[in-house]
Design a protein around this ligand. Structure first.
Ligand code: TYD
Length: 210
């Protein structure tokens, strides 16, 4: 049976990791591998140090670091799991790079999206957890002692509008992933059920194609 590549995206505080955990439990009848980017590998830990240090880095440096981490993640984790027929649930992927690293006056979100989709395989399903920057910041501030570099109101507004731009592009792409938008403020159970339904549908479509 072919595997299924599912990516969950959203701004900080949207509840991606809670959704991924809930989905893992809902899909117990399948082999599921839950992963995140930045990864837990050395390449991802280096990025996390920069995020918490608030080191201001040039756009190129972030692109290189996230790109290297993603290449390693595909090679060591994602591709082998898909080849074994597993469902890969990935918390953040190339859409985060477009939304977070895309910036006016430098490479913008759409330009990064195109360059990333040329370099890396596309997922089968893309789940976007939508939340307002205000609600997201309130959630993050309540649960964290120290905020990361992108967790300010100004940054979250920029990232939120970048996501809107790139999701429009993704929705128009013929060969792109199935896009599922979820309101992060709806109940968790409802959101898990909606995402699970889309994943099961995609699984049955890919089984029919295989
Ligand atoms: P996240 O998983 O939201 O962090 P946490 O584990 O603290 O909840 O991701 C960490 C940060 O990395 C987040 O602010 C978004 C950022 N990021 C990028 O800027 N570009 C990327 O390509 C990726 C994958 C993450």
């Amino acid at each position: 049976m072919p595997g299924l590549f599912v990516v969950v995206e959203g701004i900080d505080g949207s509840g991606k990791s809670t959704l991924v955990t809930g989905l893992g439990k809902a899909l117990v009848d399948h082999a599921v591998l839950s992963l995140c980017e930045p990864t837990k590998l050395a390449s991802g830990l280096l990025i996390r140090r920069h995020l918490t240090d608030h080191s201001p880095l040039p756009q190129e440096a972030w692109l290189e670091m996230f790109g290297a981490d993603r290449r390693i993640d595909l090679e060591t984790n994602i591709n082998p799991a898909l080849a074994r027929g597993e469902i890969v649930l990935l918390d953040r992927y190339l859409y985060s790079t477009a939304a977070y690293q895309g910036s006016a006056g430098k490479l913008n979100a759409k330009e990064i999206l195109h360059s990333q989709t040329n370099q890396f395989r596309q997922p089968d399903v893309l789940i976007y957890l939508d939340i307002s920057p205000e609600d997201a910041l309130a959630r993050v501030s309540a649960t964290r002692e120290k905020l990361e570099i992108f967790e300010t109101s100004h940054e979250l507004h920029r990232i939120h509008s970048n996501y809107e731009e790139i999701l429009q592009e993704v929705a128009q792409e013929q060969a792109g992933p199935t896009l599922i938008r979820i309101a992060a403020t709806d109940s968790l159970d409802m959101n898990i059920a909606k995402a699970e339904k889309a994943i099961r549908q995609a699984l049955s479509n890919s089984t029919k194609r295989a």
